[in-house]
Design a protein around this ligand. Structure first.
Ligand code: CP
Length: 306
């Protein structure tokens, strides 16, 4: 049976911790476990970090990679995602890394491949889930020295409502048993009450940051919400942006995460992107190692390719 990474909720804590720890090991220089086979990157939305790091991770393991330009694929001629998936499976593709604008697109693709030896990795679907980003966030925190989840207080700031990263981070931190998860942002950017129910909601950023160990800044997901009717630019920065003054409310050991791409001086001051407390580029590096760990987990040592 093929393995899939569709969201965090399909996994229990021990499975998640095993993948995170393997990402930490690989970050520290552990040897990769070679695999053979072929991975297809199938991205229907733009990406720099996720697409490139999945490709680098696959190549590190000895896997072949095909990058599919969706605008030149037969999806532009009306082929369904399911039929595209079955076509790739028929070519012997071992894993499809999918980014797609629709919620649950990855689960739909996996269902269409039922019984076939092709795994699916969700590289971000709509505003639903981005599980490999959450896992690499956890790897980044472990590398930075946060090794007791039960003592960790995490604040997620900004456009949480439209963020697949926030949903996967919240699910992962809940599974890992963090001490506190705080959500803060404009009312229009907070999720419905029944979502992320274990988190504490704040209406004031300064209060939400007070004593937090980690702040995760999120950009406004403009591609999902149009271009007007919500706070943006300088007005967003004044009320909801991470500034040096606000960072000073956090403990000296506090660290900044941001999944990227960053909009400087909107959700985070330009000066903080490269600050010593910022793990933003460490997250990018951790992404290669975490995604290497994911392919080791997803693809059996003996390829099913033919
Ligand atoms: N964090 C993230 O998903 O970045 P990309 O859109 O560049 O892949």
């Amino acid at each position: 049976m093929s393995r899939h990474l569709l969201d965090i909720e399909h996994f229990d804590r021990s499975e998640l911790e095993a993948i995170i720890e393997r990402g930490v090991e690989l970050s520290a220089g552990a040897a990769c476990r070679a695999r053979s086979g072929t991975v297809a990157n199938l991205f229907f939305e733009p990406s720099t970090r996720t697409r490139v790091s999945f490709e680098m991770a696959a190549r590190r393991l000895g896997l072949e990679v095909v990058n599919i330009d969706h605008s030149k694929s037969s999806t532009s001629k009306g082929e369904s995602l399911a039929d595209t998936g079955r076509t790739l499976a028929a070519m012997g593709i071992d894993a499809i890394v999918l980014r797609h604008p629709e919620d649950h697109a990855a689960a739909g693709l996996a269902a269409s491949l039922d019984g076939l030896p092709t795994g699916v990795i969700n590289a971000g679907d709509g505003q639903h889930a981005h599980p490999s980003q959450a896992l690499l966030d956890a790897v980044s925190l472990r590398i930075a020295g946060f090794d007791d989840w039960s003592r960790l207080r995490v604040a997620i700031v900004g456009d949480i409502r439209h963020s697949r990263v926030a949903r996967s981070d919240a699910a992962l931190f809940e599974r890992l048993g963090v001490s506190e998860l705080r959500l803060v942002g404009p009312a229009a950017f907070l999720p419905d009450d029944e979502e992320m129910a274990g988190a504490t909601r704040y209406a004031d950023l300064d209060r939400a940051l007070d004593g937090a160990d980690v702040v995760i800044c999120l950009r406004i997901q403009r591609e999902r919400i149009g271009s007007s009717g919500y706070p943006d630019g300088p007005s967003f920065h004044d009320e909801w942006g991470l500034t040096e003054a606000r960072l000073a409310r956090m403990p000296p050991h506090a660290r900044i995460l941001h999944p990227g791409p960053v909009n400087r001086d909107v959700e985070i001051s330009a000066a903080l992107v490269e600050a010593p407390q910022s793990l933003i580029l460490q997250q990018v590096r951790a992404g290669i190692h975490l995604r290497t760990a994911l392919f080791e987990w997803l693809i059996e040592p003996t390829s099913t390719a033919y």
